[in-house]
Ligand binder design. Structure first.
Ligand code: NAP
Ligand code: GLV
Length: 325
């Protein structure tokens, strides 16, 4: 008998073909609506594998009703939507898609950095709303990027890719991370800093830590208050790393110059979010890795991880390898 799999969204055909090759599968046939929890629960009851997106919460209550489950393959590098400890206790493999989305996500962090610094989306709205009456010396002036200091919080794959791009902009790069990276300091000319020093001295702060118990709320009012009044905050990591209420206040009171956000405390960003009222923030709907090529690679990688796990092979990317030890 083939293993049974539930795929929680429409995925590229290349990826689905990999699953179809060795599994009986069902797909939640929508691109615009996340699978309802009740449907996910009903499917989880008798599947061997779940192919999930970051919109699906794989928590203890779901695992409690999934006795056959052997693998959860997330089509994302982040896996904060999954209770990994509970999976590990049950011998369930958790897989993710690191690496293939690094450069694409770093590109988007830069798009946000540039847009927020130079007020690109605000200026476009201004033009479309027919407010452009004349050229004026200080109209829509922003902050310079070239030669500025960039502080990177979380110096892993994406953080480092963001730093590589900074070279072309003649920037000084500071990083704050769990561990020191002396080789990268030498080869890339970056400097390690405490979080406080990084916040106090950077013109741009870009966040690239995963969401964990340690990083939740890492950037709150206290940290925002340490930043320069001219500084720009970019977040492409996870919304909950930043205290959104505090950020809103900092932007409203012009305690910092601007922010560029791809991720939010609650996604989709609620209609009533006060962030929507502010001109000095660029808001994107979690599209960090959204290029055609990268999303296809992620989908294929997640399909391979899933089928490898279900056919007894070691998946290429495992979050909890101790399950196989
Ligand atoms: P990664 O290679 O694992 O890098 C994460 C870095 O964060 C690591 O270098 C780690 O430090 C550091 N870190 C972890 N906990 C920390 C803490 N408490 N204090 C300081 N540093 C800490 O991950 P990645 O591939 O770069 O991805 C990073 C995150 O980006 C993902 O987890 C995901 O949430 C997010 N993401 C978002 C999008 C999007 O669409 N917006 C796309 C891709 C990824 P050490 O190396 O020093 O241990
Ligand atoms: C996207 O947010 C990811 O973690 O891949």
């Amino acid at each position: 008998m083939k293993p049974k799999v539930f795929v929680t969204r429409v995925i590229p055909e290349e990826a689905l073909n990999i699953i179809a090759g060795c599994c009986d599968y069902e797909v939640w046939e929508s691109e615009t609506q996340a699978v309802p929890r009740s449907v996910l629960e009903a499917k989880a009851e008798d599947v061997d594998g779940l192919y999930t997106l970051l919109t699906e919460k794989v928590d203890k209550p779901l695992l409690d009703i999934a006795p056959r489950l052997k693998v959860v393959s997330n089509m994302a590098v982040g896996f904060d939507n999954i209770d990994v400890d509970e999976c590990t206790k049950r011998g369930i493999l958790v897989c993710n898609t690191p690496g293939v989305l690094t450069e694409t996500t770093a590109d988007l962090a830069w798009a946000l950095l540039m847009a927020a610094a130079r007020r690109v989306t605000e200026a476009e709205r201004f033009l479309r709303e027919n407010k452009w009456t004349t050229w004026s010396p200080m109209l829509l002036t922003g902050m310079d990027v070239y030669g500025a200091t960039l502080g990177i919080v979380g110096f892993g794959r994406i953080g480092q890719a963001v730093a590589r791009r900074a070279k072309g902009f003649g920037m000084k790069v500071l990083y704050y991370s769990n561990t020191a990276k002396p080789d990268l300091e030498a080869s890339m000319g970056v400097e390690r800093a405490t979080l406080e020093d990084l916040l106090r001295t950077s013109d741009f702060v870009s966040i690239h830590v995963p969401l964990t118990e340690e990083t939740r709320g890492m950037i709150g009012w206290r940290e925002l208050s340490m930043m320069k009044q001219t500084a720009v905050l970019v977040n492409t990591a996870r919304g909950q790393v930043v205290d959104e209420q505090a950020l809103c206040r900092a932007l409203k009171e012009k305690r910092i110059f601007a922010a560029g956000l791809d991720v939010f405390d609650r996604e989709p960003l609620p209609a009533g979010s006060p962030l929507r009222e502010l001109d000095n923030v660029v808001l994107l709907p979690h599209i960090g890795s959204a290029s055609v090529a990268t999303r296809t690679k992620m989908a294929v990688m997640a399909a391979r991880n899933l089928t490898q796990a279900l056919s007894g092979e070691r998946p290429e990317h495992i979050v909890n390898p101790e399950v196989l030890a």
